[in-house]
Structures are given as C-alpha cells and as structure tokens.
Design a binder for this molecule. Structure first.
Ligand SMILES: O=c1ccn([C@@H]2O[C@H](COP(=O)(O)O)[C@@H](O)[C@H]2O)c(=O)[nH]1
Length: 231
C-alpha cells in the first residue's frame, strides 16, 4: 500500500518478533517503515517479506559504502526484494553513486535511491576530527549537490539543512530527515534536530522517527501527537 504520509518509522529492534509486534500496531496507510542495520543483521530479508506482507512500504537503511561494483550489486539485491527506498553514502563518491543508479535503471527497478550526506548525530567538531574542516551545513550542501549530479533521487540530511537544499536542488529532490524530535522526546545521540512541524515547514519531504515513538510509554499516543503536529 502506498501512503501520502511523510512519516517513516524506524524499527530499530533487536529481533524480528519485537519489530513485528510494533508493525502490527501501525497502519500502512499512515506511515512507512525503516529497517536498519541492527534489525536486518538479526533477521535478514525475512523482515522485508514480513513487512511487505503486511502492506508496508519499506526503506532499507543499510547506507552502503564500498567500491562501485559492490554497491551496485547490493542496491540491486535490495531493489529485487521490493523495497521502496534504499540508500548509499554520498561519501562513496560520484562513480559509486552512478554505478548504483545505472544498475537500477538497467533492470527497470523503480526503488528510490538516496544518499546519506552528514549523519544527524555529527557536529562540526566531529567532522573536523575526520578531516572535514567545514560546517555540517556546508558539507551537506556539497554532498547533496554531488548526489543530485550523480542521479540520486534525494538525500538523507538533517531538517536543519532542508530549506537550503530545497533552494539548491528543488522540491522534487527528496530530503529524508532523521533527527526528528517532538518537544516531548529525549534528544539522545542526535545532534542536528528539529521538531516534526518545523521540519516539514523547512522543506523535508520525509521524516524518520524512531525512539520518540518506539521507546515512548504509549507509542500510539506519541504517533498521534506527531500526526497532530503535522496537520
Ligand atoms: O543521519 C542519519 C541517518 C540515519 N539515521 C537513522 O534514523 C533513525 C533515527 O532514529 P531515532 O531513534 O529517531 O533517533 C535511526 O534508525 C538511525 O539509524 C539517523 O538517525 N541519522
């Protein structure tokens, strides 16, 4: 089932059972689901089949980063399993991103392919430590432009960068933003955060929300509060 909702719920759980327990409380008309490294490493492709069987569109968030041939093969494998969206690291460079895009095109696969710019958990100091001497905003701009020019459908960035990327890359370029923190939620390890309402106003096309819902005492109430903020 396809949905108009911008919400993507991150199923960061240590087992398939725990993830499906949450999925069974959610409605594919109201959100998409994200499967990341922990859950996929535990469950393998079974989780994709289980979520697709329940009618959900799935973002497989494995952030591939390797040589072009390897990444193209991984993206191809993900797309053949029917995922709605898959991602790579923009830091893998133009040839890597182009190889992934070309592989999907060659096989007529319509999976959205997006690139991670700068993780929302990172600050300017973190970037400096890995040899990047510019602000997160400047680095996101640089990598988003490269991702657009390499044929990506969009990027993962923080909502703090969405407005600038809307100017630079347009409305249709996807801005998938984790680091979403409603006023009631703990910040945790995220650094570049924004509330759901502000993120949509800034130009985010999709909001990734994990712990504010999955770790809430009443997850369905947390989801409803976020939806209310968006309407
Ligand atoms: O830059 C990034 C890229 C990916 N993520 C992922 O999004 C969710 C966020 O979960 P919260 O619990 O809402 O913090 C998580 O799965 C991350 O792996 C990100 O946070 N930042």
């Amino acid at each position: 089932m396809s949905t108009d909702s911008p919400l993507i719920i991150a199923l960061d759980y240590p087992s398939l059972d725990a993830a499906l327990c949450m999925a069974d409380r959610l409605d594919p008309a109201r959100c998409r689901l994200k499967v990341g490294k922990e859950l996929f490493t535990r469950s393998g492709p079974d989780v994709l089949e289980a979520l697709h069987g329940r009618g959900f569109e799935v973002f497989l968030d494995l952030k591939f980063h390797d040589i072009p041939n390897t990444v193209a093969g991984a993206v191809h494998a993900a797309a053949e399993q029917g995922v709605w969206m898959v991602n790579v690291h923009a830091g893998g460079g133009r040839r890597m991103m182009e190889a992934a895009r070309e592989r999907l095109e060659r096989h007529g696969l319509g999976t959205r392919l997006i690139a991670v710019t700068v993780l929302t958990s990172m600050t300017a100091d973190d970037l400096a430590e890995v040899g990047v001497g510019v602000s997160p905003a400047a680095q996101v701009e640089r990598l988003a432009t490269l991702a657009r020019d390499s044929g990506m459908h969009g990027v993962v960035c923080s909502a703090q960068e969405s407005a600038r990327l809307r100017e630079l890359c347009g409305d249709d370029f996807l801005k998938v933003t984790p680091g979403i923190r409603p006023a009631f939620a703990q910040v945790g390890d995220q650094q570049r955060i924004m509330t759901p309402g502000d993120a949509m106003a800034a130009g985010s096309t999709h909001l990734v929300v994990g712990r504010p819902i999955t770790q809430a005492e009443e997850p369905m109430e947390a989801l409803a509060a976020i939806e209310a903020e968006l309407n």
